[in-house]
Design a protein around this ligand. Structure first.
Ligand code: AMP
Ligand code: GLY
Length: 429
């Protein structure tokens, strides 16, 4: 089989790394890919939103399956474009991807179908939203309706902060049309976890739960980022809680989407918070998480391509997702300045020092110039290890970071990836 993977991040590198292990696969193309993906397939210089060129390429190479990494092409309807031409593509339709593309849509869905989430109000008018903000208890969470590069959500500690962000969204329009509609919701407290399932619109298979580390600094301090690292599985999420999440969130969401005429086929990834009253949905994503996919792919035993094919044929019911015992931990290395403006162009040293089958370095913001790999983005690499206990796996990943392993000028990373899991124990069954 020939596979085309759309995207250029660590998630796509990790998906490609796993897909490459399938005996069903003969060749992988990445559009546009990165220097890491070049080692396992062929990079094609087509951008993720250039549907016309992607379609032409897929037809000319007789691609058997296209796998979409990021949300924007999905929300803009790449799956519909491919399916219309009878090409197999893994990812939900434009209509179904609204679950991530519009928070108003997803909140209404959850309200209608009684799926646990934060109570909220939605607004289209600045004055009305501003009036509402005068009478509420703080903190309050304000969210832009549409995609905003992960920056459209702010937890506002007081009225002043809330008014400021509201004005940025609705008057200054810093995210353009994404902020024309907004959500204001209660703040939830508890552990935040990522729960991904693969679904054909009826049946589903759950991946192991994982936990991302969204804040820049240790102990969850500092600004929000795209994710500074992740680990899987999560020791405090036991089988009972997983069953509860599947029953109260996953099943009702898949059913609700079908009922609304948005049959959901692809990865459904609700971001959850484990509150005292039980798990609640913070948001839905219509694709694999980044950086959670990096450790998830290292823990996955099953052939991912077989699973994708079963999903395409609506035969997930007959399949199982099997995971290796133990844990996987991925630590993201970022450029200095990230998540604000960051520097590019520093040489990455030591990539060749990692010769351990249980440690993979997934590329994201990197570039190859004159046979050297240099930094070219905010999140540069994720050093991902597979091990037996969580404690040992964390050590295994960190052992390759710094002058004894991989480093570059201005490199930043959190020193506590996975440690949150240790507080609750090192066991998972
Ligand atoms: P979202 O894009 O909706 O997931 O929001 C981004 C991040 O903001 C989440 O990963 C949470 O850390 C945080 N967040 C969003 N909504 C809430 C909420 N209602 N209460 C507390 N934190 C939230
Ligand atoms: N890990 C957060 C995301 O993929 O949206």
């Amino acid at each position: 089989m020939k596979i085309l993977i759309i995207g250029s991040g660590g998630r796509e590198h990790a998906l490609g790394w796993k897909i490459k292990q399938s005996p069903l696969v003969e060749k992988i193309y990445f559009a546009p890919g990165n220097p890491g993906t070049k080692e396992i397939g062929e990079n094609i210089a087509i951008e993720t939103l250039d549907f016309k060129k992607l379609l032409k390429f897929a037809k000319s190479k007789k691609i058997d399956l296209t796998v979409v990494g990021p949300e924007t092409p999905l929300v803009l309807g790449i799956s519909d474009v491919f399916r219309k031409e009878k090409l197999k593509i893994f990812g939900p339709s434009r209509k179904a991807s609204q679950i991530e593309g519009s928070k108003t849509f997803s909140k209404q869905l959850m309200k209608k179908y009684k799926i646990p989430t934060a109570t909220y109000f939605s607004f289209k008018d600045f004055n009305e939203a501003n009036k509402y903000l005068q009478h509420v208890k703080y903190p309050q969470v304000i969210k832009a309706d549409g995609l905003s590069l992960g920056k459209g959500v702010v937890i506002c500690k007081n009225r002043k902060d809330a008014e400021k962000f509201l004005k940025q969204l609705m008057v200054d329009k810093i995210f353009g049309r994404s902020g024309e509609k907004i959500i204001i919701e209660e703040c939830l407290y508890g552990q935040e976890i990522s729960f991904m399932v693969i679904t054909d619109g009826k049946d589903f298979l759950s991946f192991l739960p994982s936990q991302d580390h969204k804040r820049l600094n240790e102990n969850n301090q500092g600004p929000n980022t795209g994710g500074m690292g992740a680990y899987t599985p999560v020791p405090f999420l036991d089988k009972k809680l997983i069953k509860q999440i599947e029953k109260e969130i996953v099943v009702p969401t898949i059913k609700a989407m079908a009922k609304e005429g948005c049959l959901y086929q692809g990865i459904l990834y609700p971001g959850l918070i484990l509150t005292k009253e039980g798990p609640k949905v913070l948001e839905y994503n219509c694709r694999f998480g980044d950086p959670e996919t990096q450790p998830l792919m290292m823990s996955l035993e099953s052939d991912l391509v077989e699973i994708f094919l079963a999903q395409q044929k609506n035969k997930l019911k007959n399949k199982k997702l099997v995971f290796k015992k133990g844990f996987s931990v991925g630590v993201v290395l970022t450029s200095s300045g990230y998540p604000g403006e960051y520097k590019k162009g520093d040489q990455i040293i030591g990539l060749d020092k990692v010769n351990d089958k249980d440690v993979q370095i997934f590329h994201a913001g990197t570039k190859e110039v004159d046979k050297k790999i240099i930094t070219n983005g905010g999140r540069v690499l994720s050093v991902t290890a597979k091990g037996t206990t969580l404690d040992e796996t964390i050590k295994k990943a960190y052992q390759y970071i710094g002058k004894k392993g991989v480093y570059f000028k201005g490199m930043q990373y959190r020193k506590d990836i996975g440690k949150n899991g240790l507080i609750f124990g090192d066991k998972y069954d």
